[in-house]
Design a protein around this ligand. Structure first.
Ligand SMILES: C[S@@+](CC[C@H](N)C(=O)[O-])C[C@H]1O[C@@H](n2cnc3c(N)ncnc32)[C@H](O)[C@@H]1O
Length: 384
């Protein structure tokens, strides 16, 4: 088979405070979202890591509980530092928390606590992203409503903290250079993805994950993992999520031709993760078709105003820069379950004639099917 390759995906139902199954300096990219300290839905998870946390909360010591919760997360960041390669990137999606304890409403700044720990640990911080969410939260008017001075600002954003271990990654050999060029993204994608504010992420992929499940499991959208993977890794790299949840990072890795590891402490997520993985072939087609269609639309619009000079050498469509010339897409052909919660995925280069065919095809995402499965699994997960 021409230009096909296989990736492997391992889900470990273990505690990521100990990732000794992963060799040091082997991971290229970490994408994750931890349980958020001081958000009530995660109290039990933290308490199961250290029972003093529950005790401190019970006696109204909010700041002490906050610190103890972060000390448990610190152990995961230590492990992330150990397994990440030099030049590797770690992206942490986290929101701050507000909470009233003993009649005192205050902010618990998760992002700044994680940021200062990771800097102490030796990570370098790169410009971070603010993910601005549209919210219909009932607590929009928290505090004294329209009366000064006791009204509170609403948290409508989360952070994506971006760190690098060591210095900038280098692509030295011909093979590495070529892999990097094949993994390029479009000029217009770069403009959107590398903005420091991401607005509510929409698009073909946004609806794939059942909304209710996403909220109740703290899942981030597929689009978030998809973008970060394309921004900070190349085909064949290895991606890790130490707090895997519903498996979004694994799915985005499968679709984008990266290998992955995911740690999840709660075994109940297994059925959800596996049903996502099994349905990822149609998702892969939908993602490809969406990227290509958006690019062709973009070029159409741009050419009304400006000359577009370059051609992609694989697909002959136009592109804005020379760096997009070798960009190549891979489609997912096959998913196989291996032993012990591992999966292999076979991907093959998308040929120009297949791209044409794909653009005229109606792709059934199988969203309904996926969502139905996820719904069925919600009962097992106790999410409703
Ligand atoms: C915010 S959720 C992650 C959601 C995920 N990004 C997704 O898209 O579904 C955090 C997850 O971390 C898991 N978790 C908490 N502590 C853990 C630990 N020490 N090791 C592994 N997983 C843990 C929780 O069970 C939960 O599923």
């Amino acid at each position: 088979m021409k230009d096909s390759f296989t990736t492997t995906h391992k889900v470990l139902y273990n505690d990521s405070r100990d990732m000794s199954g992963i060799e040091p300096n082997t991971v290229n990219l970490i994408i994750t979202s931890p349980p958020y300290p001081m958000i009530k839905m995660w109290d039990d998870v933290f308490n199961s890591m250290n029972i003093d946390i529950g005790n401190e909360l019970n006696i109204g010591k909010g700041e002490r509980a906050f610190e103890l919760m972060h000390q448990e997360l610190d152990r995961v960041w230590d492990e992330c530092f150990r397994v990440l390669k030099n030049g590797g990137i770690m992206c942490i999606n986290v929101g701050d928390a507000t909470r009233t304890i003993k009649n005192n409403f205050q902010l618990y700044s998760n992002h700044s606590r994680i940021l200062s720990y990771c800097l102490k640990k030796g990570f370098h911080n790169l410009p971070n992203i603010i993910w601005r969410k549209t919210t219909n939260a009932p607590n929009k008017y928290m505090g004294s409503g329209m009366l000064p001075v006791g009204a509170y600002v609403t948290l409508e954003h989360e952070y994506i903290l971006i760190f690098r271990k060591g210095l900038k990654r280098e692509f030295k050999s011909q093979l590495e250079k070529s892999q990097r060029r094949k993994s390029a993204f479009f000029w217009e994608e770069r403009n959107q993805w590398f903005s420091d504010i991401w607005f509510n992420m929409t698009g073909a992929n946004q609806n794939l994950n059942n909304k209710e499940l996403r909220e109740r499991s703290g899942a981030f959208p597929f689009e978030l993992a998809h973008r970060l993977i394309n921004m900070f890794s190349v085909y064949g790299d290895s991606v890790l999520d130490p707090f895997l949840g519903t498996g979004t990072t694994t799915i985005a890795s499968i679709v984008n031709g990266r290998n992955s590891y995911g740690f999840e402490i709660d075994h109940n997520f297994q059925t959800v993760i596996e049903s996502w993985i099994i349905h990822s072939i149609n998702l892969s087609k939908a993602v490809l078709k969406n990227r290509i269609t958006q690019h062709l639309n973009f070029i159409n619009e741009r050419e009304k105003e400006k000359e577009v000079k370059y051609y992609n050498s694989n697909y002959s469509f136009k592109c804005v820069s020379n760096q997009e010339k070798d960009l190549v897409f891979h489609q997912l052909l096959k998913i196989t379950e291996l032993d012990d919660n591992s999966f292999s995925a076979v991907l093959k280069e998308l040929l120009a004639e297949q791209m044409e065919e794909m653009l005229h095809q109606k792709i059934k995402h199988n969203i309904k099917n996926t969502q139905q499965k996820l719904k069925n699994n919600r009962n097992q997960l106790n999410l409703i």
